[in-house]
Design a binder for this molecule. Structure first.
Ligand SMILES: [Zn+2]
Length: 313
């Protein structure tokens, strides 16, 4: 059984202004890393476009209409539109965002059909800060939430779990699933930090949210302890039918945006551990989606280590 790599060249076309950390060079570094012969067995697929029905599972009609209509039109006319201080749309952004969400949907379909054991979606813009009715923090649509709701509503995987090791808390994913007792969201993240959410008392309607904040300067030991003592046991207790990973690599010690001190080996370790829980709960069905990661070398090495762990799972 194979590991898939789902991507699309349109994801390079979302072009925030020069100096913005969420640049197309990030994705170029990741895609280049997968040219290494270690990855010749990956099944490479082009991401389809998500359709409106897919987006509406996670987002309000107004948000979908704004991103695909009003903001997209303004970006085409003026070259760019600022949605908030960090979040920009340019003429290529809508297709990039629809391919990013579509990648997760295609990955779910392939894993469901048994053609892939697991998959990594190498896409941008990222998604985990996008709330039901709001783009923010570089994110337009919540790619992983759209994929998880597709798994449930198109294929009947009722209990969906999302584990998020991006250095930032996934406020959008938490918000979308907060009142959904058949969804489990677990996050390790630097705290206090952007976006301000993710304290331990955020637990969801049915203790279906688990936040493990880590202090600035925390490294491998604290990160692994968070997974061994809290996140992995809770994930196993939840008993997911399908597991998703919000794979941001900005908790790397070289990352310029944050102050955790992980190495690529920590991402590989967490990936293997999450896959092991998925193996016992749900036949190893795992779909992982790129979120952050802003040092290009660290990002490329970390994404490689992560996908190697998926291939070995
Ligand atoms: Zn991040």
């Amino acid at each position: 059984m194979w590991t898939g790599l789902i991507a699309h060249p349109a994801c390079f076309g979302h072009a925030p202004p020069p100096g913005h950390p969420e640049s197309a060079d990030r994705l170029r570094a990741v895609i280049r890393a997968f040219e290494h012969r270690d990855f010749q067995d990956l099944v490479r697929l082009e991401a389809p476009l998500a359709c409106e029905r897919d987006l509406l599972r996670a987002h309000s009609a107004l948000h979908v209409a704004n991103v695909t209509g009003r903001f997209a039109d303004a970006a085409r006319e003026d070259g760019y539109v600022h949605i908030d201080a960090d979040t920009v749309m340019t003429p290529g952004s809508v297709e990039a965002a629809l391919r990013a969400a579509g990648a997760v949907i295609a990955a779910v379909d392939e894993v469901h059909a048994g053609r892939l054991r697991n998959a990594f979606c190498a896409v941008r813009p990222p998604g985990h800060h996008a709330e039901r009715a709001r783009a923010m923090g570089f994110c337009l649509f919540n790619n992983i939430a759209i994929g998880a709701l597709h798994a449930r509503q198109s294929h009947g995987y009722r209990r969906v779990a999302i584990v998020d090791f991006d250095v930032h808390h996934g406020n959008g994913t938490q918000e979308i699933f907060f009142a959904d007792s058949d969804a489990f969201y677990a996050s390790s993240h630097q705290w206090p930090f952007y976006p301000g959410t993710g304290c331990t008392t955020d637990r969801g309607i049915a203790r279906n949210v688990l936040n493990v904040p880590l202090a600035a300067g925390a490294g491998s030991r604290e990160f692994r302890a968070a997974y061994e003592t809290a996140i992995l046991p809770a994930l196993a207790r939840f008993g997911p039918h399908f597991v998703f990973i919000s794979a941001g690599f900005d908790a790397h010690r070289n990352d310029p945006l944050a102050e955790l001190r992980l190495g690529e080996g920590d991402f590989a370790w967490a990936t293997a551990a999450i896959c092991e829980v998925a193996r016992t709960c749900c036949g190893g069905r795992v779909v992982s989606v790129l979120e952050g990661g802003y040092d290009l070398d660290a990002l490329a090495r970390s994404a490689s280590a992560h996908v190697r762990a998926l291939m070995e799972a």
